[in-house]
Design a protein around this ligand. Structure first.
Ligand SMILES: *[C@@H]1O[C@H](CO)[C@@H](O)[C@H](O)[C@H]1NC(C)=O
Ligand SMILES: *[C@@H]1O[C@H](CO)[C@@H](O)[C@H](O)[C@H]1NC(C)=O
Ligand SMILES: *[C@@H]1O[C@H](CO)[C@@H](O)[C@H](O)[C@H]1NC(C)=O
Length: 500
């Protein structure tokens, strides 16, 4: 049967009643399985069906192999096509501004086991993720127009592009993620994708601000405990932050905190600062150095200063804050608990189409691409939640099922501030600041009952601890004749959203 005829069949089936009709129908004379039609079902229908037929482990993307550029092809058996082969070929760049070039993956499918089935694949490098689906037996091509950066080219030369066969019901989910992919591109187009995404999904406005886009800060007007909210809108960090903003409902994606020393010099404490080795760590650096790095950051950061409320500033125990900052300096960024601050309750916290199934899928793909990073990001934290040690993601899922807990329930077990990971206590950018606030005595008598690692950036800036009287903001804040209720010190756009 031709590809066209198969497509037509699927479309006809789609319009004639779906679901139960399929499962009970005996009219088909050809091999037929309910799994075959899952790809064309909408996500809301296909996931429950999948979940009923499979255990959580079966729903993981299946790692087929890496297609490397050394002129060898890989072969595997798919869910629909039993014969598959793929090879990778580097190509010339199609963009003028870069000479990195791109690549084409040639993928040949054969021997479909039924006429209704299709295979759905995800192709990933640590820099991009894309997908395609096949329901005809022939050679298909998948084109990477241009590598994002030299590091991606280098990665692909060494490790190739990873290919994952997806559980068939994932298609609806992937389709609804279609506007997520361009977010990670470090181009004007990528920046526009981020802005459009935030406008569409979060109602952000992104009006252009009048010049100057950069304030001339007088460090004398800045005090210990003042909060810096940073919003990156371009490149890999921009894309990552856009998704973080979306799942957490915050309009800022990163934060840092101001500290004054005894001689009146201004310093910045930051968790998630990239060191020379490319690792994200906690630092305390002079203001001038931080500002210079921020100004030349290619992610086009938008920065606002949120001074502490004067009453709290008076209570701020600076020596306790400094002691905490130095005790954390040099420690790694809190990958362990980052995602857990996103996920408080099963039902309310995932904006569609994100759900626990997708979270597991992404986790398992990352595990394959960057194993050490993945172990950092969630394996240890999930082990803590189970009270186990050293289980990998697969074993964690098996253990979870054995205990009769759903994976999404496991994710919602709250993080405890006193959990210590293999590389020390784990704090994200905002947990670092709130822990400092806790030490400095400004979260008051309730502070011992607050788990700061569960805080998102939005939770933090919604706290009623910042300056709420516009007339008391420093005179160098360009707040556009009172139009902005906060002090934006850098950025081309005004979010137009209440930060406070
Ligand atoms: C790659 O392999 C194919 C077939 O195995 C061969 O025809 C071709 O010449 C090879 N190309 C290179 C660049 O080695
Ligand atoms: C500030 O913190 C330090 C260290 O924790 C403590 O010794 C000191 O008594 C605190 N000062 C006040 C005024 O609370
Ligand atoms: C804001 O601060 C100014 C100057 O300190 C003061 O005169 C004014 O009463 C304050 N407004 C409010 C609403 O507190």
């Amino acid at each position: 049967m031709s590809a066209f005829a198969r497509a037509l069949c699927l479309i006809v089936l789609w319009f004639t009643g779906l679901g139960s009709h399929f499962i009970t129908s005996h009219a088909f004379k050809v091999p037929f399985r309910v799994n075959d039609v899952l790809p064309v079902l909408p996500h809301e229908i296909s996931w429950p069906v999948l979940n009923n037929f499979h255990s959580a482990v079966d729903l993981l993307p299946y790692f087929v192999g890496s297609v490397t550029p050394n002129n060898v092809s890989i072969a595997w058996k798919g869910a629909c096509f039993y014969g598959n082969e793929a090879r990778l070929e580097f190509t010339e760049s199609d963009r003028d501004e870069t000479d990195l070039g791109g690549a084409v993956i040639h993928l040949t499918t054969s021997a479909a086991h039924s006429w209704t089935c299709m295979d759905l694949y995800v192709f990933a490098t640590p820099y991009r993720i894309t997908w395609d689906y096949y329901f005809s037996a022939r050679e298909h091509t998948l084109r990477f127009d241009s590598w994002e950066e030299p590091a991606e080219l280098e990665y692909v030369k060494q490790h190739g592009v990873s290919v994952f066969l997806m559980p068939s019901g994932m298609m609806g989910t992937l389709f609804s993620l279609i506007d997520v992919l361009p977010l990670f591109s470090n181009t004007a187009w990528g920046q526009k994708a981020n802005i459009d995404f935030l406008k569409k999904h979060m109602g952000a406005t992104f009006e252009k601000r009048p010049q100057p886009w950069r304030a001339t800060i007088d460090p004398a007007d800045v005090h210990s405990g003042d909060f810096l909210a940073v919003s990156k809108i371009r490149g890999r960090w921009g894309g990552f932050e856009t998704l973080e903003k979306w799942v957490t409902g915050a309009f800022a994606g990163h934060t840092a905190v101001c500290l004054k020393d005894e001689t009146g010099n201004l310093w910045i404490g930051e968790s998630g600062h990239e060191n020379e080795k490319g690792e994200e760590i906690i630092v305390v650096i002079p203001w001038e150095e931080w500002w210079e790095l921020t100004l030349k950051d290619s992610s086009n950061p938008q920065v606002a200063l949120l001074p502490l409320h004067p009453e709290l500033r008076a209570k701020f125990n600076s020596s306790a804050a400094w002691a905490y900052a130095w005790s954390m300096s040099g420690k790694p960024y809190g990958y362990h608990n980052m995602i857990f601050s996103w996920i408080d309750t099963v039902a309310d916290n995932y904006p569609p189409p994100l759900d626990a199934n997708l979270v597991i899928s992404v986790m398992s793909m990352w595990t394959r691409l960057q194993p050490s990073y993945a172990a950092n990001m969630w394996n240890e934290a999930l082990n803590k939640r189970l009270g186990t040690e050293g289980l990998d993601l697969h074993d964690i899922l098996v253990e979870t099922e054995k205990r009769g807990i759903a994976f999404d329930q496991l994710l919602t077990i709250p993080e405890q501030d006193e959990w210590v990971y293999s590389d020390g206590k784990s704090t994200t950018c905002v947990a670092f600041i709130l822990s400092m606030y806790k030490e400095a005595g400004i979260l008051g008598p309730i502070s011992s009952s607050i788990q700061v690692t569960e805080f998102t950036i939005r939770d933090a800036y919604m706290l009623k601890i910042f300056e709420d009287n516009q007339t008391r903001l420093p005179s160098w804040c360009n707040n556009e004749d009172g139009q902005l209720p906060f002090c934006q010190i850098l950025g081309e756009y005004r979010d137009g959203t209440p930060w406070l």
